[in-house]
Design a protein around this ligand. Structure first.
Ligand code: PAF
Length: 307
């Protein structure tokens, strides 16, 4: 299978590196230093047990250099999804699939506008990864990857699932897209904004009583929104699940904390922001999520003058 990884940050590199052992993979990323390091010395992945492996994987910063792909996995930040879809349009085979495993809601809809809904498929993954530097990442947490299937792409998706399994990922196919996407969204609602504000790894949230209380309130608001939308979540106890993920990825710096530490725009608007917008539409109060969104915006607006 010919696979393009669009956005080879920590997560894109984790998937691309492993897949390169079982498929023909090209990483596409605009970060020139990272691409150059991978081209020169390969990609290094520090595994959960501390062992470091090197992967000889092709990488480029130029979408025109990406060969035709049967599968494009989109891992860019949400604000870059449209741009990533435009790139993908240049090399995705007419009968290829573009799979988003990004955080937040709304990515698949943007991709469908550019690539056509028939070629777009959404999923979520419980893996966590941290970018250590150009050409080097740490695998920081693992768990299943769920992909939403539908009758028109069932066969193609079975092949995608098989290649991911060969690369060492646990894959489940599901027919309930909302359950997958909102189930993952709630995890990110409880973890990402708070770790970015507090500048702590995920596990610390469940060790601090005050942080745990904020997490519980943000998750309760999100769960109320899901209930009002009639979404059946993939777990019975949302807070229990968020706490479990925070513990399973205890040493990980959430993707939003990594953005804040680098002074990059965050995905707050498609995570806690999505809860605020849906809450407004459905008449559900979401004061804690609203506050988290505002604090993250304030952090973004003051990167340049941070003491
Ligand atoms: O965005 C992230 O960092 C991840 O989705 C998660 C699961 C919160 C682990 O860090």
């Amino acid at each position: 299978m010919r696979i393009a990884i669009v956005g080879a940050g920590a997560m894109g590199s984790l998937f691309g590196g492993r897949l390169s052992r079982v498929a023909q993979v090209m990483l596409l990323d605009p970060w020139a230093e990272h691409v150059a390091a991978i081209q020169q010395g390969g990609l290094s992945i520090v595994e959960l047990d501390g062992q470091e492996s090197r992967f000889d994987v092709a990488a480029t910063g130029d979408p025109k250099a990406v060969p035709e792909a049967d599968l494009a996995i989109i891992f860019v930040k949400a604000h870059a999804t449209r741009q990533a879809s435009e790139w993908t349009r240049q090399f995705l085979a007419p009968d290829g699939l573009a799979l988003t495993l990004q955080n937040g809601v709304g990515n698949a809809e943007v991709m469908a506008e550019v690539l056509g809904a028939g070629r777009v498929v959404a999923g979520v993954t419980a893996h966590g990864a941290t970018l250590l530097g150009p050409g080097r990442i740490r695998h920081a947490g693992q768990g299943p990857t769920h992909i939403a299937t539908r009758p028109d792409i069932e066969k193609k998706l079975a092949a995608v699932a098989a290649v991911l399994e060969q690369a060492g990922f646990e894959v489940h196919l599901s027919t309930d897209l909302d359950s997958l996407v909102w189930g993952k969204l709630i995890i990110n609602v409880g973890i990402n904004g708070l770790t970015a504000i507090l500048r702590v790894p995920n596990g610390r949230l469940v060790e601090s009583p005050a942080a745990s209380e904020l997490m519980a309130q943000a998750v309760a608001e999100a769960a109320a929104v899901c209930q009002a939308r009639g979404i059946s979540l993939p777990y019975d106890d949302p807070l229990g699940r968020v706490r479990e993920v925070a513990r399973a990825t205890a040493s990980n710096r959430s993707s939003m904390l990594q953005d804040v530490l680098r002074g990059f725009p965050t995905e707050i608007d498609v995570i806690n922001g999505a809860i605020v917008r849906e809450g407004e539409r459905l008449g559900i109060a979401t004061p804690v999520n609203r506050f988290i969104v505002k604090v993250i915006h304030a952090i973004e607006e003051t990167y340049a003058v941070r003491l």
